[in-house]
Each structure stands twice: as structure tokens, then as C-alpha cells.
Design a protein around this ligand. Structure first.
Ligand code: HEC
Ligand code: HEC
Length: 251
């Protein structure tokens, strides 16, 4: 029987990923990326609401197949959406562009001082009253253990200076007023038709029957996080962003 190996090698050579890409492909690839991905990853891929893709090594993706799966099906439980509906040709172009970004990656310009940022986080900022990093801190806001791998530095900066600009999914601020007149402010952790569960900044969970609450308000455009724009100097903000960018815990 003839060995199949040469045939496999031959097929590998003509498969699109190793066929070598022409200049027009690269131009089209860039356009597909700009139309579909730039809103979160930045037009130059340096990141925003999503992480920078201009890096030599992606966190979630090693092989070509994994890259295709992430782009086609998104990443469950995150804001990375699926793009399978764009069709196979566009998916190939997107893979090509992400690979090109990786190959041309330059190390990010770190402006701030990571260790100063870490001190501000635990000290003046009081951030660990609401955020966990690893096993430390209190989980009122999102866990930040890997926030540097999930968000670009522009978005991290915006979280600190303009927290109302873009509220992280699942952290809607609510206020319930009880029949006794008590005002309960916090994050809505859960609700159904009949009940609502609220996490207060103190870490205490409260559960209410909706029909027993005289008033219930939702503030979808208001963050439960204060703005630090005037609390920190420009260089302190840079130090904090540098510290947050360095947080790249395991996925
Ligand atoms: C609505 C925002 C949004 C859009 C649009 C978006 N992404 Fe993402 N993407 C994200 C977020 C957020 C993550 C990080 C998810 C996580 O790991 O928590 C991500 C992660 C990724 C990753 C994995 C990065 C890594 O380090 O492993 C790749 C690759 C990626 N996106 C490619 C794309 C491509 C290509 C497009 C356009 C077709 C696109 N994304 C569009 C938000 C977005
Ligand atoms: C009173 C509680 C509170 C304090 C104090 C607080 N945060 Fe937050 N933070 C939140 C909440 C709630 C959210 C989610 C809502 C939102 O997106 O604004 C959040 C969101 C964030 C995000 C976005 C996370 C993501 O997944 O995109 C970052 C980054 C962040 N905070 C950093 C900080 C830093 C750094 C400090 C200290 C300087 C701080 N926070 C202080 C409550 C707080």
C-alpha cells in the first residue's frame, strides 16, 4: 500500500493558511478587521474594550484552529462576540490580519510605574474595598485578576476617569426602597419576575419580593464605581493603568 504522507504534505502546501498571502489580501483583511473588530480592539489592534491583538503571543490562542474558533464562535461568558456569519472567506482574512498584527507587534509603551500603581490600588485608591485581585480584596465590582489581558489601556483609563461611559455587563446599579423607608443601594446580582437580589457595597446580600417594595429603581448608565479623575493626578492615573495592564492572571 502507498503511504498517504506525501499526499498530506501536498495538501498542506496548498491549504490557504500556508499559501502565502498577496498584498491585496492583506489590504482586504485590514478592511474586514476595521469594519468588525476595531470598535473593541482599536483600528490598529492595540486594544480598547477588548485586549490588544498586537502582541507576539495571544493569551487564549495558540494554534490557527484556536484562532478560527475564537473568531467564529466568540468567547463564552465574555464580550467577545461570534462572527461565523461573515462566512469562511472573511474568517480567513480576519485570521490573516490578526496573525499580521502579532507578527508586527511592538512592545507596548509602558508609561506608568507598576509598583507605584499597586500601592495606589491598595492605599489611596481604596480599590480593594470593591475589587479582588487573586485572593485579595472584596468582590463588589468585577474581579481584576486578568483585567490587563481583557482590556486595552485606553479602556482601563476610561474605567477610572469616566466609569459611567461604559458599564461592565452584569453590574447594574439599583436602589430599592423598603416599606420601612430603608434605601438599599447596590449591584443587582439576580432577579426574576417576583424577586430581586442586591449586593450592597458592604458585601451584604439582600433579597426582596418585588411586590413588597414600594420603589425600585435601575440606573443602567450610572456606575457603582466613583470617578477617580480628580482624585488622582495624571501621573498617578498612568501608574494605576500600568499596574492594571500588568494583571494577566490565567484565563
Ligand atoms: C464587542 C467587543 C468586541 C468585538 C466587536 C470584537 N472583540 Fe475580540 N475580544 C473582545 C474581548 C472583551 C476579548 C477578551 C475576552 C476575555 O478573554 O475575557 C476579546 C478577545 C479576542 C481574542 C483573543 C485574544 C487573546 O489574547 O487570546 C481574539 C483573537 C479576538 N478577540 C479577535 C477579534 C476579531 C478578529 C474581531 C472582529 C472580527 C473581534 N475580536 C471583535 C471584544 C470584542
Ligand atoms: C465602590 C466600589 C468601587 C471602588 C472603590 C472601585 N471600583 Fe472599580 N468598579 C466597581 C464596579 C461596581 C465596577 C463595574 C461597573 C462599571 O463598569 O463601572 C467597576 C469597574 C472597574 C473596572 C472595569 C473592569 C472590567 O472588567 O472592565 C476597572 C478596571 C476598575 N473598576 C478599577 C478600579 C480601580 C483601579 C479602583 C481604585 C482606584 C476602583 N476600581 C475602585 C466598583 C468599584
Amino acid at each position: 500500500m502507498m503511504s498517504l504522507l506525501p499526499l498530506v504534505l501536498l495538501m498542506a502546501q496548498v491549504s490557504p493558511s500556508s499559501a502565502g498571502s498577496s498584498k491585496p489580501d492583506l489590504v482586504r483583511a485590514k478592511r474586514v478587521f476595521e469594519n468588525n473588530c476595531a470598535s473593541c480592539h482599536g483600528a490598529d489592534g492595540s486594544g480598547g474594550k477588548g485586549p490588544s491583538l498586537s502582541v507576539p503571543k495571544l493569551r487564549r490562542v495558540r494554534t490557527d484552529k484556536e484562532l478560527e474558533l475564537v473568531i467564529a464562535y466568540g468567547i463564552g461568558g465574555t464580550e467577545m462576540p461570534p462572527f461565523f456569519y461573515l462566512g469562511q472567506e472573511s474568517l480567513e482574512l480576519l485570521k490573516l490580519h490578526v496573525r499580521t498584527l502579532g507578527a508586527n507587534a511592538t512592545p507596548p509603551l509602558v508609561q506608568g510605574d507598576v509598583s507605584k500603581g499597586k500601592r495606589l490600588f491598595h492605599g489611596k485608591g481604596g480599590c480593594s474595598a470593591c475589587h479582588t485581585v487573586g485572593a485579595e480584596g472584596r468582590a463588589y465590582g468585577p474581579d481584576l485578576s486578568d483585567v490587563g489581558a481583557r482590556r486595552g489601556s485606553a479602556a482601563l483609563r476610561e474605567s477610572l476617569a469616566e466609569p459611567n461611559a461604559d458599564i461592565v455587563e452584569g453590574f447594574v446599579l439599583v436602589r430599592a426602597v423598603t416599606a420601612q423607608g430603608e434605601k438599599v443601594d447596590g449591584i443587582r446580582v439576580n432577579q426574576d419576575n417576583f424577586s430581586i437580589q442586591i449586593l450592597q457595597p458592604s458585601g451584604r446580600f439582600r433579597s426582596f419580593r418585588k411586590d413588597a417594595l414600594p420603589e425600585l429603581y435601575e440606573y443602567p448608565n450610572e456606575s457603582a464605581m466613583p470617578s477617580y479623575k480628580t482624585i488622582f493626578s495624571e501621573s498617578e492615573l498612568q501608574d494605576l493603568v500600568a499596574y492594571l495592564s500588568s494583571l494577566r492572571g490565567e484565563p
